[in-house]
Design a protein around this ligand. Structure first.
Ligand SMILES: Cc1cc2nc3c(=O)[nH]c(=O)nc-3n(C[C@H](O)[C@H](O)[C@H](O)COP(=O)(O)OP(=O)(O)OC[C@H]3O[C@@H](n4cnc5c(N)ncnc54)[C@H](O)[C@@H]3O)c2cc1C
Length: 499
């Protein structure tokens, strides 16, 4: 036990007994050899190997006072602002190693969230959930487990609360209470990496009312639990994984998402971290989503580096690297990329301790929301500029199998080459890398919807910014008011800071 290497993680995914995982309508027993899911397993694996590799060991490992030894940072609590900064940096670096989403952040943010929420509950006299959570955290850290974070319910009719839905299972709920635990039913949507994790951390997805009490539930179970079903989602270009090629599928690692279904699944009491106390659900969502919004600064800027690098190389390959408008576009891409990263670092350095004990350092709420809101837009613009530089061949180029056919290869070598120091194969390799990263779920769709769709950040920004305070600033300068103003930023405390 202790830190696991990537191979140990992969080995641990074998021999599952209960969970039913479906890929394109077929049940998959060993996901480590399944062509569709293997790239996702490889991406997870990179997060384990990072704790042993020279260029990431310092970022990927951290001392945990819970177990008294180093753990993989993906299972750690944030104990000061430097941990929040290290999170963003680790994610940027891992994007360079994988070229995709490495799928372990949602569970990590879930751990830090549940630490804060259960600790606050304990401070108000409800200690059971914090005790349960701390035992669970120790279990996870000692075994170095891979976690999924399952928050997003399928939500049925968006405008209706859980208890008002025509389908009572549109949000995960408790359908039976027993002496030894509860039985849950429902489904969570878009869950990253779900088929390739050891454990699932389930959290409510919205603020609730008293009528929604049966939906106010947070718990953790092994993925391999009776009644758990996973329907894996498709992605662009995913058929390439089955082709057995070595260029068209670049990069070789991919994420996956899936629909996670609980068909009357038993959860023991000791694995429950919130139940029926609906008043905490909204706060839990705030803590989690702001953590997750900060994190996107790292992974998306890391993928931005891949895209900028690919565009730069392609510009060189076709002899336009030194042209003023190309240089300008590369600078624009860099500016957008570093803006996302800077906002995430600001959200980290300006973090705050919001709960007592070994964890409890939370991100700056305004900068975390600003970070994610930039991420909903900038990757699209970075991709657009990269596609501009790459030329139309990005969408029309031949396959690697044409290169493998000697008759076609000699034609492609002649007609695909730009400046002579690069080959046709070089061009195809970088084009495929750019295509698969810049039009990917991980870089585009996830950037819009992960951690909440754009409107969710706008609502948060509106809540946090103190418009009355800003008005006083203006009124003072217009000699309409002499009210003293003490703060620097016009800010209202977020709910978790007030609780
Ligand atoms: C690649 C990817 C990975 C993800 N990974 C995870 C994960 O690991 N774990 C997890 O829990 N979730 C995950 N998510 C889910 C993500 O958090 C949600 O997609 C996001 O919260 C948006 O929810 P939704 O997809 O249901 O969209 P919707 O909520 O249906 O949003 C669609 C549109 O409807 C609008 N809308 C929604 N509700 C209302 C309303 N009441 N009033 C007015 N307008 C409304 C939205 O603003 C948006 O424009 C992932 C998503 C993606 C794309």
């Amino acid at each position: 036990m202790g830190l696991r290497k990537g191979d140990q993680y992969v080995e641990g995914l074998k021999n599952r007994q209960h969970v039913a995982i479906y890929v394109m309508g077929k049940r998959v027993n060993d996901i480590t050899t399944n062509l569709f899911l293997k790239p996702s397993v490889m991406s997870f694996k990179a997060t384990f190997d990072a704790a042993f590799e020279e260029d990431t060991i310092d970022l990927a490992r951290v001392y945990s006072p819970i177990v008294g030894e180093e753990v993989n940072r993906f299972n750690s609590l944030h104990s000061d602002p430097r941990d929040l900064v290290a999170k963003v940096k680790l994610l940027r670096k891992l994007s360079h190693k994988t070229g995709t989403c490495f799928q372990r952040c949602v569970g990590w943010d879930g751990l830090n969230t549940l630490y804060i929420i259960t600790r606050k509950m304990a401070d108000r006299g409800v200690k059971t959930y914090h005790d349960n959570f701390m035992k669970y955290l120790e279990y996870v850290q000692r075994r170095d487990l891979a976690l999924a974070g399952a928050m997003t319910d399928v939500k049925g009719v968006r405008a209706l609360k859980p208890s008002e839905q025509p389908n009572p299972d549109a949000y995960v709920r408790v359908v039976e209470e027993r002496d030894d635990g509860v039985v849950v039913r429902g489904a969570k949507a878009n869950i990253t990496g779900i088929a390739a994790v050891d454990e699932v951390l389930v959290m409510p997805t919205r603020a609730m009312t008293e009528k929604d009490a049966q939906y106010a539930i947070s718990f953790a179970i092994p993925l391999d639990t009776p009644g758990v079903k996973v329907v894996v989602g498709r992605q662009l270009n995913d058929g390439r994984r089955a082709e057995g090629g070595e260029i068209d599928g670049l990069p070789y690692m991919f994420n996956h998402e899936g629909l996670l279904i609980f068909e009357d699944v038993f959860v023991p009491w000791e694995r429950i971290f919130l139940y029926r106390d609906w008043t905490w659900a909204g706060l839990l969502v705030e803590v989690f989503s702001y953590y997750h919004r900060q994190g996107y600064a790292g992974c998306k800027s890391g993928l931005g580096d891949v895209i900028i690098g690919a565009a730069y190389n392609l510009a060189s390959q076709i002899g336009v690297a030194g042209k003023a408008h190309v240089e300008d576009k590369l600078v624009e891409m860099t500016f957008l990329n570093e803006t996302m990263y800077s906002a995430g670092l600001a959200a980290s350095w300006e973090g705050k301790k919001v709960a007592e004990g070994p964890g409890g350092w939370w991100v700056n709420p305004m900068y975390a929301n600003v970070t994610k809101h930039l991420v909903t837009r900038f990757p699209y613009e970075i991709s657009r500029l990269a596609h501009d530089i790459a030329g139309g061949i990005l969408g029309t180029g031949p396959s690697e199998f044409d290169l493998k056919n000697p008759e076609v290869r000699q034609l492609l070598e002649k007609y695909l080459q730009g400046v002579p120091e690069f080959t046709a194969e070089d061009r195809l390799r970088i084009l495929r890398l750019l295509e698969n990263v810049s039009i990917s779920v991980a870089y585009l769709i996830e950037s819009v919807h992960g951690a909440g769709s754009p409107q969710a950040q706008r609502i948060s920004i509106q809540r946090i910014y103190d418009y009355k305070y800003a008005e006083e600033i203006a009124k003072r300068l217009a000699h309409m008011s002499k009210k003293p103003l003490s703060g620097v930023e016009p800010r209202r405390a977020s709910d978790v800071e007030k609780t």
